[in-house]
Design a protein around this ligand. Structure first.
Ligand code: EPU
Length: 417
C-alpha cells in the first residue's frame, strides 16, 4: 500500500490543470449501456473508480478501450444483466447500471451496496422511482432484481435531493414510453453533464440542472461522443491548497461558476480569487478569518468540500461552525485533524473549529476520499513531516494528486509502505 510523505510549510505557487470530473464520468460511462455501438468519451480522469466502472461494464460484456484520457466503450456485446457484490461493494455508483440494464434488456440484477464510511446511503429513492416507471422489484439474497417489459413514463417527486437517484431515473426514463417528470430533482452540474450526453444519444430531456426535469421517452438511443466536464471538487481542493499555504496559484480548465458557494466562503475567509479566460487565480491571505458553513445540495456548499474546508478553518483566526447536512457520518477526518493539534469539537452534525493554532505534522490516515484530501491539505500547512496512509482512497478520486501538488512546489512524495 502506498502512502504520502509531506514536508509542510511551503507556499504553493504556479499553475495546475484540473482533470475530468469523477462524479460526471461515472454515470456517463454507465449511460453507454443504453446504446448498442461505440461511444467515445473524452477528458476522462485516470482514477481507481474509473477502472472499477470499466470492470463493471466489461463484466456485463461491453468492450472498453482506453487511449490516454479518451475511452471508447462498445456496448453492443452486453450479454450479462448482473452487477455482483464484489464490484458494487468496491464502488457504490455501480448500482446505477440497474436502470439502464432494465431499460434496454427488460431485466437486471444488482447487488445492494450497503453502507459506507460516510453514512448508510440507502437507494430506496432509486428503487421507488423505478417502480413508478413500472418496474417490478424484488430484494433477495442481498440483490435487487428488476423486471419490466418496457418502462412507462411517470411523475416522480423525490423526498430528498439525490444526485445518484436523479441520474439513475433520468437514464431509465430516457427510453421509457411517454413522458417522465422528475420533481425536486438534484441540480448538480454532473446531472447536466449526464443529460447532455444522453441528448447527444438521442434522448429528449429538458430542465436538467433545475429541480424539474422533463423526459420524453424515445424508442432507442444511439452511441455518442462526449467530453466530460472538469472536476469541480478537485478544483476546489486546489483552491484550498493555495489558501492554506498562503500561496498564489493559477488553476486552469475549471468552471468557477460550479463552485460559487465555495468561492464566496473563501472570499469571506480573506482569500483573494480572480478569474479570467477560464483561469482562476487564488491567493492565500497572511491571516485567514473563521467563517461558518452548512453543506447543502447544489448550489449550496458541497458536502464533498466540507472536510477540506475544515482543514483550512483549523488555521483561521476565530471560530468556525461547520454543519454537515447531507451525510450523517461525514466527520471521520476530525479525529485525524486532532492529531495535527487542531481544536475541533463535534456535537451531532455540527463541528466547531477553534482556529489559530499551528498544525504539527503527524502520521494520519482516513477512511474516505475527501477526508483523505483534508489530511493532505493539513499536511501542506503543518510543521515538519506528515505521513498520510491508506491513500487508495485518494486514488479513487484525485488524478496524480502528489504530482500536481509537487508541480506547485509542495514537498510531497508517494512511497510504498
Ligand atoms: N439518499 C437516500 N435514499 C436514496 C438516495 C440517497 O436516503 O435513495 C440520501 C443519502 O443517504 C444522502 C443524501 O440522500 O444522505 C444525498 O445522497 P445522494 O444520492 O445525493 O448522493 P450519491 O448520489 O450517493 C453523489 C456523489 C458523492 C456526493 C453526493 C452528494 C457520485 C458518484 N457520488 O453521491 O460524492 O457526496 O452525491 O453531493 O456522484 C465523493 O465524490 O467523495 C462523493 C461521496
Amino acid at each position: 500500500m502506498d502512502k504520502l510523505i509531506i514536508k509542510g510549510g511551503r507556499r504553493l505557487k504556479g499553475d495546475v490543470t484540473v482533470s475530468g470530473s469523477k462524479n460526471a464520468a461515472l454515470p456517463i460511462f454507465v449511460a453507454t449501456i443504453l446504446t448498442s455501438g461505440m461511444n467515445e468519451i473524452g477528458n476522462v480522469p485516470f482514477l481507481r473508480d474509473i477502472n472499477t466502472t470499466i470492470k463493471v461494464l466489461e463484466s456485463l460484456g461491453a468492450r472498453v478501450e482506453g487511449n490516454g484520457h479518451l475511452v471508447r466503450i462498445d456496448s453492443s456485446g452486453i450479454n450479462s444483466h448482473e452487477a455482483t457484490y464484489d464490484l458494487v461493494k468496491t464502488m457504490r455508483a455501480s448500482v446505477l447500471v440497474l436502470g439502464p440494464l432494465l431499460a434496454r434488456f427488460g431485466t437486471a440484477r444488482v447487488s445492494l451496496p450497503g453502507g459506507c464510511a460516510i453514512g448508510a446511503r440507502p437507494i430506496n429513492l432509486h428503487l421507488k422511482g423505478l417502480q413508478a416507471l413500472g418496474a417490478e422489484i424484488t430484494l433477495e439474497h442481498g440483490y435487487v432484481e428488476a423486471r419490466a417489459k418496457r418502462l412507462k413514463g411517470a411523475r416522480i417527486n423525490f423526498d430528498i435531493s439525490t444526485v445518484g437517484g436523479t441520474e439513475h431515473l433520468m437514464m431509465a426514463a430516457a427510453t421509457a414510453k411517454g413522458e417522465t417528470v422528475l420533481e425536486n430533482a438534484a441540480r448538480e452540474p454532473e446531472i447536466l453533464d449526464l443529460a447532455q450526453i444522453l441528448i447527444r444519444m438521442g434522448a429528449r430531456i429538458e430542465g436538467a440542472g433545475t429541480d424539474t426535469i422533463r423526459i420524453q421517452g424515445v424508442p432507442e438511443l444511439t452511441p455518442a461522443s462526449y467530453e466530460v466536464m472538469p472536476d469541480r471538487i478537485e478544483a476546489g481542493t486546489f483552491m484550498i491548497a493555495a489558501a492554506i499555504t498562503g500561496g498564489d496559484i493559477k488553476i486552469h480548465g475549471m468552471k468557477p461558476e460550479h463552485l460559487d458557494a465555495l468561492v464566496f466562503k473563501l472570499q469571506d475567509a480573506g482569500v483573494e480569487i480572480t478569474s479570467r479566460d477560464n483561469v482562476v487565480r487564488v491567493k492565500g491571505p497572511k491571516k485567514l478569518r473563521g467563517v461558518n458553513i452548512k453543506t447543502r445540495p447544489y448550489p449550496g456548499f458541497p458536502t464533498d468540500m466540507q472536510a477540506q474546508f475544515m482543514a483550512l478553518m483549523c488555521l483561521s483566526e476565530g471560530a468556525s461552525v461547520i454543519s454537515e447536512n447531507i451525510f450523517e457520518n461525514r466527520f471521520m477526518h476530525v479525529s485525524e485533524l486532532l492529531r495535527f493539534g487542531a481544536d475541533i469539537t463535534v456535537e451531532g452534525n455540527t463541528a466547531t473549529v477553534k482556529g489559530g493554532r499551528k498544525l504539527s505534522g503527524a502520521p494520519v490516515m482516513a477512511t474516505d476520499l475527501r477526508a483523505s484530501a483534508s489530511l493532505v491539505l493539513a499536511g501542506l500547512a503543518a510543521d515538519n513531516t506528515t505521513e498520510v496512509s491508506r491513500i487508495y482512497h485518494l486514488d479513487r478520486g484525485y488524478e496524480s494528486i502528489e504530482k500536481k501538488l509537487a508541480g506547485l512546489g509542495a514537498d510531497i512524495v508517494r512511497v510504498q509502505e
